[in-house]
Design a binder for this molecule. Sequence first.
Ligand SMILES: NC(=O)c1ccc[n+]([C@@H]2O[C@H](COP(=O)([O-])OP(=O)(O)OC[C@H]3O[C@@H](n4cnc5c(N)ncnc54)[C@H](OP(=O)(O)O)[C@@H]3O)[C@@H](O)[C@H]2O)c1
Length: 390
Amino acid sequence: MNKLTIGMFGFGCVGQGLYHTLLYSTGFTTHIKKIVVKTHGKKREAPVDLFSFNKEDILNDDSINVVVELIDDAAEAFEIVKSALQRGKHVITANKKMVALHLTELLQLQEANDVSLLYEGAVCGSIPIIRTLEEYFDNEPLHKVSGIFNGTTNYILTKTLHEGMNYAEALSQAQEKGFAETDPTSDVEGYDVMYKTIIVALQSFGVLLDSTQLVRTGITNIKAKDVAFAATQHKVIKLLANVVKQSDGGVAAYILPALVANNHSLANVHNEFNGVVVEGEFSGTQFFMGRGAGSYPTGAAVLSDVSALSYGYRYAFKKHAQKIHYGFTNNVVLPIFISSTVQEDIDSVSLVEEKILPVTENYFSKTGHINLNMLKQQLIQTPRLFVATL
Ligand SMILES: NC(=O)c1ccc[n+]([C@@H]2O[C@H](COP(=O)([O-])OP(=O)(O)OC[C@H]3O[C@@H](n4cnc5c(N)ncnc54)[C@H](OP(=O)(O)O)[C@@H]3O)[C@@H](O)[C@H]2O)c1
């Protein structure tokens, strides 16, 4: 078992969660030698001599063999992680944006420097989905991985749709509870889910996706009448990540609200909980659920990475290494529901097998089928549109 001497960046929601969970972990030998933070004069619930404001206190210390990166600035996080890997330190991070936007370079860095980079805490909080895909499903061909990957939006949807709370109040509660990203746009516009989708696509299908390829929209355009329409169909609205293998071997990935049947497992994932559905060739459908955000749940995922490092664990990126490499495709037709408060928005979108729904005051909607390439263009041209898969 390896002795781990940790240098930690960040002592916010997740950093403190990890700090406290480590105090209760007796199964391996670790020692946090230094914690680098940003703001001077903040009261911290840890001994004052642990803290520093100079990143070189960790990066230049040869006795520190593990960097745990838990800051809320993806650009700076990449600089820290790159430098740590180049200096032969193992890295654990929960920063999905940083990982997703630099996956190719990070894979090369860990390979070239013969070190480990782990990021279980970056995807779906406490659900051990990365290691499950990486280890358990390493050889089984998968058809689809989908689910609720963002605790903040699921919290807002639960509170507004089921408990009558207004949007601003629900968002502010999610922020107070430490679920929301520093900039909530990343959560509510679906960027956070997109980063996680990119990571999941690598671990489940071996593909390296470019964020500009993906169709993505969030929950900001949902209206009460959309919820009412969903209810008439015995469905609820959820923001879903989807990575789906197509019959021609390509992989489609998209982040869209969906009308989910009331009796589906994902319809019953509430508040900050996340849910992941893995559909395998031989195992069939599996459903995972757990807390998708928050100090201790995410801290626990990071703790599990620390524990894994203590026995020398490293991702092998087996699906990627198998060179199955299904190409990315947006050439997929989906059944969808669209709505807007403006008729021209609806008229401007042509759907196959289109069905216009009854018009009510300032509310226009229809259902039909659309190709993802066309939908991608449409979302740019029609920013007020609410779109959900059926
Ligand atoms: N919150 C969640 O539930 C959750 C879940 C999964 C993943 N994550 C990810 O975990 C990471 C941390 O999130 P969080 O919620 O813990 O953020 P947070 O509560 O806002 O804390 C951020 C921490 O980063 C420190 N920091 C910011 N810039 C820094 C810099 N340049 N150098 C050193 N320290 C710096 C801050 O220092 P000061 O204390 O001095 O301000 C603070 O301690 C993010 O990548 C986030 O996406 C969060």
